[in-house]
Design a protein around this ligand. Structure first.
Ligand code: PMP
Length: 303
């Protein structure tokens, strides 16, 4: 269940949560013509701070460019609106969802004439993959392949292509697993329904490249930096399904899921969260909470 907040920002103004409505003939609702972002704000000793807000907004604009969608608001306005919303909703910590979608005005597939509408919502969101994630989650390889980069721009965080994630997630949950891992059309490991993947083999961390259809994750980038600063080698390389089965450790990462250990893949045991996963989780929580000075550059304080 969603925890309601007081306000949602829509096209330039804060409206009460219940009044944040759109028309049923919105183009984006019918054809998935939208781009979005998910950012977390964390509680710090200096109040709430958004983690890597600039990088998320940059990716929103890159996604929009890939869809030929002209966003009607600039980055500075969206940044200010995000801070205003988190402040108005009085969150200590929260998840923030930026969405730009094609609205009312055109009912064919051709998006010409449909206006771009923008919204920013925030709510308090705990562990995305459940509290049980502490012990490590159970993954299943999906029967659905990941969206292919020759079919849709997989580097865009666009709404329509998330049908792929929703199908994979539902299939995994119905089969009794926590989350789905998707392979690319040519059989390389891509990502999970809403997270990037890391495995440890020996002293090296591996994560799939975006050419395997994975989103260029901002948490993936943060984890790569944290791991390198901890002295670990990180390689962005194609992985096979069997590389997951043979992993010494495995974890997922994403804005919602943060750093979540994986206990098994297709019932092949990897085991309880390992030492590298523990170090990365600790480093991540020190970074997002502002406790580690080295990563304060990643925080935007709500003020
Ligand atoms: N892959 C997918 C499919 C996602 O939805 C997400 C969440 N945005 C990620 C990866 C992780 O990306 P990020 O770390 O930027 O949240």
């Amino acid at each position: 269940a969603l925890t309601e907040a007081d306000h949602i920002w829509m096209d330039g103004e804060l409206v009460p949560w219940q009044d944040a409505r759109i028309h049923v003939l919105s183009h984006g609702l019918h054809y998935g013509t939208g781009v979005f972002e998910g950012v977390r704000a964390y509680s710090t000793s200096d109040g709430p701070a958004l983690f890597r807000l600039d990088e998320h907004l940059d990716r929103l604009f890159r996604s929009a460019r890939m869809l030929r969608m002209a966003l009607p608001r600039g980055k500075a306005e969206l940044r200010a609106a995000t801070l205003e919303l988190v402040r108005a909703n009085g969150h200590r910590s929260c998840y923030v969802r930026h969405l730009a979608h094609l609205g009312y005005g055109s009912m064919g597939v051709d998006p010409t004439g449909a206006e771009v509408q923008m919204s920013i919502s925030s709510w308090e969101w705990g562990a995305y993959l459940g509290e049980a994630a502490e012990q490590g989650i159970r993954l299943m390889t999906s029967s659905w392949r990941r969206n292919d980069p020759t079919v849709v721009p997989t580097a865009a965080k666009a709404t329509g292509p998330y049908l792929n994630s929703a199908l994979a997630k539902l299939e995994a949950r119905e089969a009794g697993f926590d989350e789905a891992v998707l392979l690319s059309t040519d059989g390389h490991v891509s990502e999970c329904s809403g997270e990037n993947i890391f495995i440890r083999r020996g002293d090296v961390l591996f994560t799939p490249p975006s050419s395997a259809g994975a989103l260029e994750g901002i948490t993936q980038d943060a984890v790569s930096t944290l791991a390198a600063d901890l002295g670990f080698a990180v390689r962005r390389e194609n992985l096979l399904r069997s590389d997951l089965y043979a992993a010494d450790e495995m974890f997922l990462c994403g804005t919602a899921a943060e750093v979540t250990p994986v206990r098994s893949v297709d019932n092949r045991e990897i085991g309880a969260p390992g030492p590298m996963t523990g170090k990365i989780r600790d480093a991540f929580s020190a970074a997002v909470s502002g406790e580690d000075e080295r990563y304060r550059r990643w925080l935007t304080f709500v003020g």
